[in-house]
Design a binder for this molecule. Structure first.
Ligand SMILES: Nc1nc2c(ncn2[C@@H]2O[C@H](COP(=O)(O)OP(=O)(O)OP(=O)(O)O)[C@@H](O)[C@H]2O)c(=O)[nH]1
Ligand SMILES: [Mg+2]
Length: 206
């Protein structure tokens, strides 16, 4: 059984935006996935949506070149969107290309009123590096309402079970962190319940 077969009734690709002018209307709460290229954003989204290949993944860093919008309909009728952001930190792109992406992502993260939370992904073996810290700091500069940031360590399956807890503690310091794996689905129910909570209407969120 796929991880969220019990909760995701329907998941579909809705729109792709390659520039700030192409963003779709803000019809539903949005949860965005951000992190460096190859960290596992698209794989995690597929696992969460219970779909193997809805979001394109690749062993080649820099695979995701646009902001992709996926519409979710849950069994209880809740509707929200998961957003796949292009990965940053992929050195092989030209500077112009990187600048255009940074502009698009910054525009989205700063201006999108529907944005409820940003899932910031780090590789459990690398932890929070400069780029991730910049992203976490950047999100605090956003004018209210400030979206939540959810720190998530991916590829947990790459380290032995006995070392996972210590590895997560070493990454997070005082912040809350969730460890996940898109391969063995570890941590996905916990992350899913956080996503459900932040995407719920304000009155239901507590
Ligand atoms: N072992 C393991 N491999 C993973 C996991 N998640 C992703 N991968 C692998 O990591 C590689 C990159 O995954 P993607 O999901 O395409 O990464 P991305 O962050 O979307 O990359 P960009 O689109 O380039 O920004 C692929 O080869 C995946 O199979 C995981 O939890 N465990
Ligand atoms: Mg991707």
């Amino acid at each position: 059984m796929t991880t969220n077969a019990w909760d995701v009734l329907d998941a579909e690709f809705e729109a792709g935006a390659q520039g700030p002018d192409h963003l779709p209307p803000e019809t539903h709460p949005e949860i965005a996935f951000a992190g460096r290229s190859n960290v596992g954003k698209s794989s995690l989204m597929n696992a969460l949506m219970g779909r193997r290949n809805l979001v394109r993944t690749s062993g080649t860093p820099g695979c995701t070149r646009q902001i992709s919008f996926f519409g979710i309909r849950a069994r209880d009728g809740a509707e929200f969107r998961l957003i796949d952001l292009p990965g940053y930190g992929y050195a092989k792109r030209s500077k112009d290309e990187r600048d255009a992406w940074a502009e698009l992502i910054e525009h989205y993260l700063l201006r999108r009123a529907a944005l409820r939370a940003v899932v910031v992904l780090v590789d459990v073996r690398r932890g929070v590096e400069d780029k991730e810290q910049q992203l976490l700091d950047f999100m605090t500069t956003r004018p209210a309402p400030c979206p939540a940031t959810i720190l998530v360590a991916t590829k947990l399956d790459k380290i032995p079970k006995s070392r996972r807890r210590a590895a997560l503690a070493a990454i997070s310091g005082n912040q809350r962190i969730l460890g996940v794996s898109a391969v063995d689905f570890e941590g996905l129910p916990e992350l899913w319940s956080v996503i459900r909570r932040v995407s719920a209407p304000a009155a239901e969120r507590q």
